[in-house]
Design a protein around this ligand. Sequence first.
Ligand code: FE
Length: 358
Amino acid sequence: MIFRQLFDPQSSTYTYVLADGNTHDAILIDPVFEQVRRDSALIDELGLKLRATIDTHVHADHVTGAWLHKQRKGSTIVISAASGAEGADRYVGEGDRIEFGVRHLFVRSTPGHTGGCISLVLDDRSMAFTGDCLLIRGTGRTDFQQGDAHKMFHAVHEKIFALPDNCLLYPAHDYRGLTVTSVGEERRFNPRLGGELSEDDFNGYMRNLRLAHPKQIDIAVPANLLCGAAASETVREQATEPQWAPVNYTFAGIWEIQPQWLEENLDAVQLIDVREPDEFVGPLGRIPQARLISLGELADRTGELDAQRPIVTICRAGGRSAQATVILRQAGFGEVANLAGGMLRWRSEGRVVENAGV
Ligand code: FE
């Protein structure tokens, strides 16, 4: 199985990628809207096919990426029937199976944080994804969205603590950077409902959490009740891909352009070759119309560039020029891309070069 844990620093949300290692069918648990591009890049780079996104509940602190992933990859939107959300492709409940390749997740109904919270248990019970029900040495809050501490206590004890002690637990959030726990350790050490703590103890604890209202709640909840469908202008803007060229976003965070497009559109862009001067006149040659501004000088020479024209950066193999795009974006240039593979790939594809050695 392929497994990745991804983090959204804005909302402290974990998103999980699970995929069958043979068929490459993949699912995403709790994708975040602002991270769709990143998650999508990883899915592509790992050669996965995104079959479904699953939200463990209607989140109040971030907008789900479910709808946007569906637009981009055709994935199925899955959420619990009890969530009250509209626009999903599949509504699940206790005991349902969500398949990816030959693997699957079991759905466990674990209400308490919201009325529609689910936890997802991997087929062999080696891992479970607990959403905002059980957190690492904590729990989700129970003071809004049909929150109910009694239900949560029972959900944790009957649905999560019933799993094997060594079953690893992955929550939807952690605010201290902790990444994983296990059933055994939470049963013993969870300070709210582990060890000998009773339902009344838990209730008392939860009534006195004194948490601030989530900042995003007024935006997130309405959007998530539509599974993250574009509701506002800002949302649409973020969902839009750059229009100037068919650029591709990598998991490393770099916008790339393919050699073929560049060769066909040399006149449409400023070509900046960021190699050293001796490389620029060296045997690899250069792309016609390329201007030399070595990487070390780029930050000081951005004033020489035309702010109105897109920029493509080039180097030997596409590494330094990737960093050049970062420098240019920091300097305020929006339409910037790295030539994928640099001069080496450009030459191996037999594209036009000038001043090349023999
Ligand atoms: Fe939540």
